[in-house]
Write a protein of this length. Structure first.
Length: 238
């Protein structure tokens, strides 16, 4: 099972300075980030457009951080190999993005990446029940996907708890990851609900001190777990 004191921080480069992407990645690595979250948006599944596989390929040699790639893309299957080849360590795909989620997750694993399933705020937890044997992480959207800087949707908290229960019931180490509106006020309730990884954008890149921001978020999460005294940093490769 995922330790209840886990609190891994994944800065979202979406909130960084794209003109200095390599420097931003290196900076959050030096500041103690556990993963680097990379939001790929296609202007179709979501209204925004960000970057693609070539951007990630160019960034890959600049940091040793785990590349947590979130594909907000539909249809997605034709693009999986390009992102795997570009250096993705994990590829998250949306349950809402296509009719053959099981096949998509199998393809990600066959490409040598770990697999994540992303779920939108209005999608019930049961939507991922039949693919938990194939996923290493559940990415719970706590804002509607497409833009950074949105307000945390508090009604997603009971779903996080349900997904944590479902993940633990498998006996597998499945991470429950939060994405959207994560800051010093929301990370505690999210952690209490059962999450163990946190995608944060402006709460890190919008500050002048990345190390302080990352450490503050981790401490705020862990403060909700009584008596651990842990730093909450297990291996992000699980």
């Amino acid at each position: 099972m995922i330790p209840k004191h886990s609190a891994l921080i994944a800065p979202s480069l979406l909130a960084g300075d794209f003109s200095r992407a390599a420097e931003e990645a290196a900076a959050v690595e030096a500041a103690g980030a556990d993963l680097l979250h990379l939001d790929v948006m296609d202007g179709h599944f979501v209204p925004n457009i960000t970057f693609g596989a070539q951007f990630i390929k160019a960034l890959r040699p600049k940091t040793k951080l785990f590349f947590d790639v979130h594909l907000m893309v539909a249809p997605v299957d034709a693009h999986l190999k390009a992102f795997a080849d570009a250096g993705a360590d994990r590829i998250h795909v949306h349950v809402e993005a296509g009719p053959h989620l099981h096949r998509t997750l199998q393809a990600i694993r066959d490409l040598g990446c770990t697999a994540g399933v992303a779920i939108n705020p209005a999608t019930p937890a049961v939507a991922v029940a039949e693919v938990l044997d194939l996923v290493d992480a559940i990415l719970v959207m706590t804002v509607n996907p497409g833009w950074g800087g949105q307000k945390f949707i508090t009604s997603t908290l009971p779903k996080i708890t349900r997904l944590r229960e479902m993940a633990d019931a498998t006996g597998r180490d499945i991470a429950v990851q939060m994405d959207g509106g994560i800051d010093l006020e929301t990370i505690g309730p999210a952690h209490a609900a059962g999450a163990d990884r946190y995608v944060a954008g402006s709460a890190i890149f919008g500050t002048g001190d990345y190390a302080r921001a990352i450490d503050g978020l981790r401490r705020a999460a862990l403060a909700t777990v009584r008596g651990t005294g842990e730093d909450g940093r297990p291996d992000p490769m699980r």
